[in-house]
Ligand binder design. Sequence first.
Ligand SMILES: C[S@@+](CC[C@H](N)C(=O)[O-])C[C@H]1O[C@@H](n2cnc3c(N)ncnc32)[C@H](O)[C@@H]1O
Length: 389
Amino acid sequence: MSDEPRIPSLDVGLRRVRELDRGAPLPPSDPELVAKIIDEIRAEGPMTFARFMELALYDPEHGYYVAGTAGPGREGDFLTAPEGHPIFGWTIARRLEQTWTGLDRPSRFVVREHGAGTGARAHGILDGLRRSGSDLLGAIRYQAVEASPARLAALRERLVGDGLDAWLEPADDSPAPGAVIANELLDALPVHRVEGASDGSLLELFVTLGEDGAFEWVRGEPSTDDLAARLDAEGVQLQPGQVAEIGLAIDDWVRAAVAGLEAGLLLVIDYGHPAKELYSPQRGSLLRTYHRHRVHDDPFVAVGRQDLTAHVDLTAVERAAAAAGLTALPPTTQGRFLAELGLGELLVALQTDGRTDLAGYLEARAAVARMLDPRATGGFAVLQLERGR
Ligand SMILES: C[S@@+](CC[C@H](N)C(=O)[O-])C[C@H]1O[C@@H](n2cnc3c(N)ncnc32)[C@H](O)[C@@H]1O
């Protein structure tokens, strides 16, 4: 995605959407969700994009992720690495074993997966430990933290279906050694949208209603000083007219997610860049929308029916983790991370396993190729942040 042509300004971005739209019919917006957003704008004035994104994705009745229309998998809107094949989870299980061993094998080791979705990774991890007969099975407790009750129910069903639910327990934040993991979660947290002003200051892009009643952007003074403070802290200055997204929600998420992590690992896998790169004028806005594996960049269409994401500011994640007392290992890519953990070895073992048929092996091999390919999810960033005992 990062290889796509940059979108130098809002207007050019919108033109590009229309071009991309040709041949890719989008469903109509959810009318009740749109009415709800319009009511809020009429009552309170222009809305931050972070609030718009929060409603579009997580409105309790109509949000994309909550209403049960969100679709991972081949028929859905996006395909994450864990959804590709359980071998992803088998490999992550090896990293969890390393952390557990490094902590002297505590008798209770709590894995909290945030944004666990429909359970592909939970299933892969527990299945991987079971396949390898790992001693960690005697200590691991798996907690799924998921914004969507429907997805949480699907996760449970998936684990029950394979006899893996015995390791599942309700999510809490009581102190325990373990790991906090998040795959493609941070890109789904609401972001503010800003633009560099000609005098070097910052403007915010708000969502308002045009004369025809449709959503449109309006520039204004930032809704909070935290936006400029974030960029200042990162030594970033936007060029006049440069549009960018700022994920303020990262700070609260990191703080809360590691609050119960007595010792162990915070593992974040996502698409993103260090701040200097993310906000370089060449890159432009990295707000994207997904519907049926097609990428667009207009959040005002198919509202509640398409996924909205923004590339993650990795510097912000590392700073928030440092503030919470965690130490960062050198960042890496998903491809290198999985290869070093022995993904290739696991694929060979699958091939030589008498229970694997040719179709199953070929499917796994294709999924592994995508997980390692730097132009696919292999290029995603992996942040490993540790808290010692
Ligand atoms: C793109 S999906 C990724 C799902 C899964 N991690 C995977 O890789 O297949 C993002 C998930 O995060 C969930 N989510 C978003 N914000 C969340 C939050 N603050 N806490 C917990 N889950 C959240 C969404 O409901 C959705 O299931």
